[in-house]
Design a protein around this ligand. Structure first.
Ligand code: NDP
Ligand code: HEM
Length: 478
């Protein structure tokens, strides 16, 4: 006998039989009035929501962030308020290009999305396992993603499209080098770093602004597969990352990351030799050293993958007082794109789903809409507009961000003009030992199979500008 209470319809009516349809006689036909059967079939037809347009394959877990060093001189954000303070969080990792059913062990950037349930609202840090990105102007994002997805005619991934786009976009060199290096094919997500990638801002109680970059360094060390090893893994299981993350948390082996920030005083942005708001660039550690802030631990598997991971909605626009944005063009576009994607993928009230709901009081004047199960959120039933005389929620001026000075004429500025796309990939190339370089060359050669020679030559010319050994190595591997 089950310990559960009895089975009901969604309207709460007890169900007498969940094994046999209602029929006219033992051989059928079934009756239209068998609304339990109809409800069941209708629900099944609505079990899927659209998958994410990118980062569709993902793995998630809950955990905590604990402050280990005081950085409150840079930010008034409650999450960094005092050493020892803990904040609950959700992490979702992902590959970028594959669909929701894709194999885990693929060469691809890994998404590193975090939702911190802070005392002053949700702070989402929607990053990757790479400190830079393929493009620096958001107008190119849909084009770039089209090259990563399926060809409209063949319905297969197209190396020609990828290398055509990359070879015409020298700003991609830094990220392409990371993607084709060892770290482009991690064994799982416990063994990767996470980066906020963009420049964000901090501001403190005195109203001073700092530019900031976020780094999450794995305490498990880095682990990756060669292409050949990954082929073997995918042959055995398509869920290698899910198995690893779920399995280690299930047995109490909790993965951890040390959290660091790089801090740039606001005025320095005019002095650096590179544009500090360019997403294809890092800030060299020698100029802006890593400052420890805390530790992130993942320690709880979701109870329901769909409700808590598939329906999780991360957005860079979820900022909290003390943490803000920057002029980075890519970040600015993302501030629009994610909430828009969630309204389409999940629905108007996606923030009302338990996994997305802040763990602090929420008061706003949004009203009605499909699937609104939240009622009035303004603090008073008569206050459904603002201003009002009925004790509805009011603004909190003390969380106002310090003003940001902007200048310049409105134009469409050529983002490729006068940009050094080669020095930083060169610094990375110089970090690789001989074995890493050889694997970089052979991974690129393998990824270029079937690509027309003129596109390959255009890409080789870019590699040559990074380092003559880079071009030579790839040419030999080809
Ligand atoms: P540093 O030598 O101070 O830092 C090198 C960084 O590169 C470390 O964060 C290290 O991360 C990471 N790294 C080491 N080996 C690899 C690898 N095989 N693949 C990818 N990353 C690796 O130098 P700089 O700060 O001057 O940066 C030099 C280059 O390092 C940059 O051009 C960039 O490509 C890369 N890099 C720089 C980062 C930054 O924020 N400055 C961050 C990540 C990469 P770890 O400690 O995890 O090994
Ligand atoms: C997912 C847009 C660049 C990291 C997404 C989604 C969209 C999107 C629409 C799907 C959201 C959803 O349906 O839930 C964009 C645009 C970009 C951009 C327009 C540039 C202009 C980046 C960059 C990073 C990044 C630079 C990392 C630094 C992620 C991650 C996810 C994601 C991690 C998955 C989030 C999750 O786990 O739910 N992006 N993206 N994206 N993006 Fe981006």
């Amino acid at each position: 006998m089950s310990k559960c209470p009895y089975h009901t319809t969604t309207a709460g009516s007890p169900v007498a039989d969940n094994q046999n349809s209602q029929t006219a006689g033992p051989r059928g036909p079934v009756l239209m009035q068998d609304w339990q059967l109809i409800e069941k079939l209708a629900h099944q037809n609505r079990e899927r929501i659209p998958e994410r347009v990118v980062h569709a394959k993902g793995w998630g877990a809950f955990g905590t962030f604990t402050v280990t060093q005081d950085i409150s001189r840079y930010t008034r954000a409650k999450i960094f308020e005092q050493v020892g303070k803990q904040t609950q969080l959700l992490a979702r990792f992902s590959t970028v290009a594959g669909e929701a059913g894709a194999a885990d062990a693929e060469r691809d950037v890994r998404g590193f999305a975090l939702k911190f349930y802070t005392d002053e609202g949700n702070w989402d840090m929607v990053g990757n396992n790479t400190p830079v990105f393929f493009i620096r102007d958001p107008l190119k994002f849909p084009d770039f993603i089209h090259t990563q997805k399926r060809h409209p005619k063949t319905n297969m991934r197209s190396p020609t499209a990828m290398w055509d786009f990359w070879s015409l976009s020298p700003e991609s060199l830094h990220q392409v080098t990371i993607l084709m290096s060892d770290r482009g094919l991690p064994t799982d997500v416990r063994h990767i770093n996470g980066y906020g990638s963009h420049t964000y801002s901090f501001w403190n109680d005195a109203g001073e602004r700092f530019w900031v970059k976020f780094h999450f360094k794995t305490q498990q060390g880095h682990r990756h597969w060669t292409n050949e090893e990954a082929e073997g893994v995918v042959g055995k299981t398509r869920e290698s990352t899910q198995e690893d993350l779920y399995g280690c948390i299930d047995k109490g082996d909790f993965p951890k990351w040390t959290v660091y920030v790089q801090i740039m005083p606001e005025a320095d942005a005019d002095k650096t030799s590179y544009n500090p708001f360019d997403l294809t660039k890092v800030w060299p550690h020698a100029e802006y050293p890593l400052i420890e802030a805390g530790v992130m631990e993942l320690n709880r598997n979701p109870d329901n993958y769909f409700a808590e991971v598939e329906q999780a909605a991360f957005s860079p626009s979820n900022a909290v007082p003390g943490i803000g944005f920057s002029p980075d063009k890519m970040l600015q576009a993302r501030l629009f794109s994610y909430a828009d994607a969630h309204r389409y993928r999940i629905g108007t009230h996606y923030e009302g789903l338990p996994v997305n709901t802040p763990k602090c009081p929420v008061h706003h004047y949004h009203k009605d809409g499909a699937m609104n199960f939240m009622g009035q959120k303004t603090g008073n039933v008569d206050a459904y507009y603002e201003p009002n005389s009925f004790d509805g929620a009011v603004a909190k001026p003390d969380v106002k961000e310090p003003p940001l000075k902007l200048s310049g004429e409105v134009d469409r500025y050529d983002h490729r003009e006068g940009n050094d796309d080669f020095s930083q990939p060169r610094a990375l190339f110089d970090l690789f030992d001989d074995g890493q370089k050889q694997r970089l060359f052979s991974n690129i050669a393998a990824a270029m199979q079937g690509v027309p020679q003129e596109i390959i030559e255009r890409q080789l010319a870019l590699f040559k500008q990074v380092h003559s050994d880079y071009e030579k190595g790839v040419r030999e591997a080809l």
